[in-house]
Every structure is written in structure tokens, then in C-alpha cells.
Design a protein around this ligand. Structure first.
Ligand code: KG4
Ligand code: ZN
Length: 356
């Protein structure tokens, strides 16, 4: 069985990323190796707008793609003019449509120039398949349950086997990452909100210790609902009201900000873990797979592992390294490998929303 290299591109949001991943098929499956995974982040540029500013993101993607490509090929040790790759994979959704188009057009040009197949990839599938890039990834047992939590998604996906997915739960309003981003903004913390809240949470004392303020407990919306759906907009509203009620002095105090950050983080963690474990029990799950930017939250993964241990769950949990949780093109390459069927270049359409 031959090794093959997949070159992949992701421009779904505010990161421009290109990767080359080697796939080595063997008797029991495939072994993946990242040859390069270049991510050019636009976070600093978007920070002053408190979120992603699409016009700016498009301009940056256009500016960065050829630079990132050059670097990705160089690091992977491939020829710049005609690299020996098997296919070009590109995110076609979900994401910001105008940003997706920049990547799709670029990928299409490359596929034509190099005479390689072009594969359209679902970004959410890539966030869960990223676990196959790790050593442990080979040990995933099915049926597996994936929790994909990012800036745009909160989904529980039942996986019978790779390629056979059923979304059993999802958010009815904001995504978990979006909740981190929006509540961080209320507290005056920078974008992206997740890492900012996580950092402040580590400095927290109980909110009751904030002078002049009784303790607060934020709601955990839909925690006990019978389904596996999520809702985070009520949590954001609760933070907004609580914040509005405070004096300027309290709002600006370190103690208030860090205590709120801890409570926001804990509310999101409680909801994500409870729903995932409920689905795990009710669907006789053999492996839990985590993916998406929010999984970069250390407290979340620590508490996930603790709950599995204390609850005597005898299943493995798969957690990607933090760099592979947030957007990157290596995960697009893995998903692309599984969809490598067509030999001729194709043109894909960008889709802001896409079904698994
Ligand atoms: O997967 P991702 O990079 O992009 C999307 O596909 O959306 O996820 C970005 C999201 C942002 O909302 C960001 O605040 C969140 O992931 N995030 C975190 C952490 N790092 C990134 N949320 C909580 N804790 C973190 N450490
Ligand atoms: Zn993503």
C-alpha cells in the first residue's frame, strides 16, 4: 500500500492555514504524519473589533495564502513548483462564506495547475477526525461519541464508523465558543474570549469574596433537559444583567472579573460534560472524542477525565493536543484523505452551514 501526501487548506474563519499530511495505509487502518501545518493567525488584527471582521479576514487570507503555501511546502520538504502530492483538500463549510471562497478558489487553481483531485471537506468532520493524527487515535473504538465545540459549533455526534455520523444534539442558539467570546466582551476581556476567560478564571476567588457583592451562581441552561441539545444565550444574558447591576468600581475590579470568568467557565463545563456523559450512557458508547477550539480549555479536559474516573466509566477519551483543537489545515487533510475518491479536479461551492 502506497503512502500519499495530502495538501490541505483552511480559510473558514480568521486563520489562514495550509498543511501537508502523509497518510500510510496499513492492514489495520491508516497512520497519519503531519509533515507541515502552518497557521497564520489574524487574531491581533481582529482584536480591536472584538470579533472577526469579515472584510479584513478576506483581505488577509488573500494576502497570506501564497506565503503560507510556500512555507508549508518548504517545511514538508516538497517541490515548490510541482509537489508530489496525491490531492488538494479544502474546507467548503461550515464557516464564513466569503472567507471560504478565498480558500476554495485558491485550492481550485492549485489543483488545476498540478493536475490533482480537489476534495471538499466539512470543517466539523475535520475537527473530530483530528484525533487520528495522534498516537492514541488508532485505538478509537466504535460506536464513538464526538463532542465538537468551537466558535461556530456545539454538537454531539454519534459515530458508527468513520464517515457514518448522526448529530444527536446541538446548540439551539449560541455555540459554546461564541458564549466564551461574548461574555468575555461584556467583562472587557480581549477576543478570542475562551483563552482570556480561562486565564482570568485561574486567578479567581469565590465571587462572595468580591467586596460589596453577594455571591452569584449563573444558570446552566438545559442542564437537565431530556435531549442532548444545548443553549448558551441565556447564560450570556445572565452575565450581561449581573454586570449591568454592578457599580463601575466593582465591574472594573480584578476580583469581580476573575470570579465571573471562573463561574462562566464552570457553567459551560458543567453543561458540556453532563450532556456528553448522558449520551455516552444512553448510546453504549465505547470512546469519547473531543474536538474544536473550546477543547483547548485545560479545566474542561481535566474535569472530563475526573468525571470519567469517579463515575467508573470504562471508556477511553481522546483529546487532541491544544494546537490541533483550534483551526488548522492538518485536520482538513485527514478528512480529505477519507473522501479521496475522485481523480479529476472539481469546483466546490462555499457553504456557511453544511450537514455531516
Ligand atoms: O475551532 P476554532 O479555532 O474555530 C472555529 O471553528 O470556530 O474555535 C475557536 C473558539 C473561540 O470561540 C475561542 O474563544 C475558543 O474556541 N477557545 C477556547 C479556548 N481556546 C479557544 N475556549 C475556551 N478555552 C480555551 N482555552
Ligand atoms: Zn473550527
Amino acid at each position: 500500500m502506497n503512502n500519499m501526501d495530502i495538501l490541505a487548506i483552511d480559510t473558514s474563519c480568521d486563520d489562514t492555514s495550509i498543511a501537508v499530511v502523509e497518510a500510510k495505509p496499513n492492514k489495520s487502518g491508516v497512520k497519519f504524519k503531519i509533515l507541515s501545518n502552518i497557521v497564520s493567525s489574524q487574531v491581533k488584527l481582529h482584536q480591536k473589533y472584538g470579533g472577526v471582521y469579515p472584510t479584513l479576514a478576506i483581505r488577509e487570507h488573500k494576502k497570506n495564502l501564497s506565503i503560507v503555501l510556500k512555507k508549508a511546502l518548504k517545511v514538508a520538504g516538497l517541490n515548490q513548483q510541482k509537489p508530489e502530492i496525491k490531492a488538494v483538500a479544502v474546507t467548503i463549510g461550515a464557516g464564513l462564506e466569503p472567507c471560504l471562497w478565498v480558500g476554495i478558489n485558491f485550492a481550485n487553481e492549485l489543483a488545476k495547475k498540478w493536475q490533482k483531485p480537489l476534495i471538499g471537506v466539512n470543517h466539523v468532520e475535520a475537527h473530530l477526525l483530528v484525533n487520528l493524527l495522534t498516537e492514541e487515535g488508532e485505538k478509537i473504538k466504535f460506536p464513538a461519541l464526538a463532542l465538537v465545540v468551537s466558535g461556530g459549533h456545539t454538537q454531539l455526534v454519534l459515530i458508527k464508523k468513520i464517515g457514518q455520523y448522526k448529530i444527536i444534539g446541538e446548540t439551539r442558539d449560541d455555540a459554546a465558543g461564541e458564549c466564551f467570546d461574548k461574555t468575555a466582551r461584556i467583562l472587557g476581556l480581549p477576543y478570542p474570549g475562551g483563552p482570556a476567560i480561562a486565564e482570568k478564571a485561574t486567578e479567581a476567588r469565590p465571587l462572595s469574596a468580591v467586596r460589596g457583592r453577594a455571591s452569584v451562581s449563573l444558570p446552566r441552561p438545559m442542564l437537565y433537559s431530556k435531549d442532548y441539545d444545548f443553549s448558551f444565550s441565556g447564560l450570556k444574558t445572565a452575565v450581561l444583567y449581573h454586570h449591568k447591576k454592578q457599580t463601575e468600581k466593582i465591574r472594573a475590579s480584578k476580583a469581580y472579573i476573575s470570579a465571573m470568568a471562573q463561574e462562566i467557565q464552570q457553567a459551560i463545563i458543567d453543561i458540556l460534560i453532563r450532556k456528553t456523559l448522558k449520551a455516552t450512557r444512553e448510546h453504549s458508547i465505547k470512546s469519547i472524542i473531543l474536538g474544536g477550539g473550546v477543547i483547548a480549555n485545560k479545566e474542561l479536559t481535566k474535569q472530563f477525565k475526573q468525571k470519567l474516573k469517579t463515575g467508573n466509566y470504562k471508556i477511553n477519551i481522546f483529546i487532541p493536543p491544544r494546537k490541533l483543537c483550534t483551526d488548522n489545515a492538518a485536520m482538513i487533510a485527514v478528512a480529505g484523505y477519507y473522501h479521496l475518491k475522485d481523480r479529476q479536479p472539481k469546483i466546490f461551492k462555499a457553504k456557511a452551514n453544511i450537514k455531516l
